[in-house]
Design a protein around this ligand. Structure first.
Ligand code: ADP
Ligand code: MG
Length: 551
């Protein structure tokens, strides 16, 4: 007879209750259904497959990309009296052989493997000699080139379903936006999978964005208010992790650098020192963190802009896992945007467009003037009504105006262009531009054509971005970045739901004066200015558009 999941939880893990989603996931897995589980880091994904593995007869196979982590996890399981083992390239032939024999003898319940091992010659036939009852794929976003940590070897995992059609698969990740989720299911061949998304809300994180000017000074100020508290500074380049660590040490801080270019022993020493609180600060590239289980990280600083919101969210998610307050400070510079853009453009051209669009969303987040937690949650598909009250924008709210009419114009234009126009085209339609794209599609005949000609293209860009950030619009990346209505946009269109917008004000103040008084706005203006230049160029190419100048 099967053991009861509840009893397994108590007996092997010592916990009394499941977290809300764990229970339903486990039931689904036990009913032999495939599923995709999205839970933030620390949410308790492991139990979603470990408990079924112990309830089910036979063996469960766990695919994990993190070789270093596999060992720790297996050791923790063994310490709890669970028959577990791992197979990866670090094992000697003899050790592998012994473990394989144990599997064949039915002595192992949970077998962790690296994707390379799983797909190595003869491994599937080996598995077929065992009674495999479940496949778990941890860090499943690695399978999607649309996600933020693509691992080419993961794409071969699609063979699992082909080879074992009757065995349920549970895919787990802490980071996947809507598109990445769809891609994971497609790649793994799980069209029927049940998708579980737990809340991504991390109310204990204090989000803030600052201009990147005088970053080092700002970091020193920040550290003054976070004395002796452990934290991570993410940098874009390996070089800057080392330089920054040096500079911080020069100021008397215990700091250390971490990046993939350092020898493995150095990295593991750095990690260890941080875990044991022997250093306060790790200056790291994104190589640091996946799977690092340190609950008291009190702050995470992004020295550079991350390349998308998924990465950003994943990285700040390493702060405050104990539930106590933690700071997340992002430095934003347009120079970073340009740098990332160049980097992304060098990659696979098919992916580049999508990655650039994701970068654009990241940039919008950095430039946003409304509650940041709301924007993040919206990005992952969660709508919250109340502002968080803890982010920089909530502390320093910008002045808003009743933008209902503007929003209605925009949303109605989206509807009347059959949700097929991207932002640029929609702005042209709203402003009554007579360029080829508009005329060819006959958009000059629709009712909202020219309904927003009183505003500049840059105004519209700001307002459309605000509508995106508020979840009143969505971008269909897979359909040429067309703007789409969301469930909530209908409330605005048909129920007269009020919309507040932040006034877009490219001011005419003298730069010098402004820089002193409001460095943040000045800085953002730089970015907008760049965009305006780009827009102007487009306009120069399309002479028919009525000219507009706002600066
Ligand atoms: P994830 O893989 O989602 O990042 P883990 O599976 O590593 O998270 O779990 C994070 C922590 O939460 C672990 O210390 C784990 O033991 C604990 N945990 C998970 N489920 C429960 C539960 N039902 N009750 C108490 N603690 C739990
Ligand atoms: Mg995990």
């Amino acid at each position: 007879m099967r053991e009861n999941p509840q009893l397994v939880l108590k007996k092997y893990f010592g916990y009394d209750v499941f977290r809300p989603m764990q229970k339903s996931v486990i039931q689904t897995v036990l009913a032999k259904q495939d599923c995709l589980v999205l839970m933030p880091t620390g949410g308790g994904k492991s139990l979603c497959y470990q408990v079924p593995a112990l309830v089910l007869p036979g063996i469960s196979v766990v695919v994990s990309p993190l070789i270093a982590l596999m060992k720790d996890q297996v050791e923790a399981l063994l310490a709890n009296g669970i028959a577990a083992g791992y197979l990866n390239s670090t094992l000697a032939a003899q050790e592998q052989y012994e473990l394989e024999n144990k599997c064949l003898a039915g002595e192992i319940k949970l077998l962790y493997v690296s994707p390379e091992k799983l797909l190595s010659a003869g491994f599937f036939s080996f598995l077929k000699r065992l009674q495999v009852n479940l496949f778990a794929i941890d860090e499943a976003h690695c399978i999607s080139a649309w996600g933020h940590d693509f691992r080419p070897e993961y794409t071969l995992l699609r063979h699992i379903k082909e080879q074992f059609p009757a065995v349920p698969i549970i895919a787990l990740t802490a980071t996947a936006d809507r598109l990445t989720r769809l891609d994971i299911l497609k790649q793994l061949g799980l069209p029927q999978a049940q998708v579980f998304v737990s809340s991504f809300d991390r109310p204990n994180l204090n989000l803030a964005v600052m201009p990147a000017k005088n970053r080092f000074k700002a970091i020193l100020d920040f550290l003054q208010t976070h004395k002796n508290q452990p934290g991570i500074i993410y940098c874009l380049s390996r070089n800057s992790t080392e330089q920054l660590a040096q500079k911080l040490m020069g100021e008397g801080y215990k700091a250390i650098a971490y990046h993939a270019g350092l020898p493995a022993p150095t990295r593991s020493r750095a990690q260890d020192a941080f875990l044991k609180d022997n250093v306060q600060i790790v200056c790291a590239t994104i190589a640091f963190g996946m799977g690092i289980d340190k609950s008291n990280v009190r702050w995470v600083i992004h020295y550079n802009l991350p390349k998308n919101i998924e990465s950003y969210y994943q990285e700040i998610g390493r702060g405050g896992r104990d539930g106590a307050r933690a700071g997340a400070l992002l430095f934003y510079s347009y120079a970073d945007v340009m740098r990332l853009r160049d980097m992304l453009k060098e990659g696979n051209p098919e992916q580049a467009t999508l990655q650039l669009a994701k970068l654009e969303r990241m940039q919008q987040f950095a430039e946003a003037a409304t509650c940041r937690r709301k924007i993040l949650l919206q990005y992952f598909g969660e709508t919250v009504e109340k502002d968080c009250g803890n982010c920089d924008n909530c502390h320093n709210p910008p002045t808003t105006f009743d933008g209902t009419l503007l929003a209605q114009k925009a949303l109605s234009a989206v509807a009347r262009t059959q949700e097929k126009a991207n932002m640029g085209l929609l702005i042209d339609v709203l402003r009554g531009a007579r360029n080829q794209a508009v005329l060819q599609k006959g958009y000059d005949k629709i009712k909202t054509y020219g309904a927003g000609r009183d505003l500049s293209a840059l105004d519209w860009q700001s307002y459309l971005q605000q509508l995106l950030n508020a979840g009143l619009l969505e971008i269909a990346y897979e359909e040429g970045y067309a703007l789409k209505l969301s469930a909530r946009s209908r409330e605005v269109l048909f129920q007269n739901q009020k919309v507040k917008l932040v006034k877009f004000q490219p001011t005419t103040e003298k730069p010098a004066e402004k820089e002193e008084r409001r460095p943040k706005k000045e800085f953002i203006k730089d970015a907008l200015f760049e965009r305006l230049r780009a827009l102007r160029k487009t306009i120069a190419d399309e002479k028919q558009v009525p000219p507009y100048v706002i600066f």
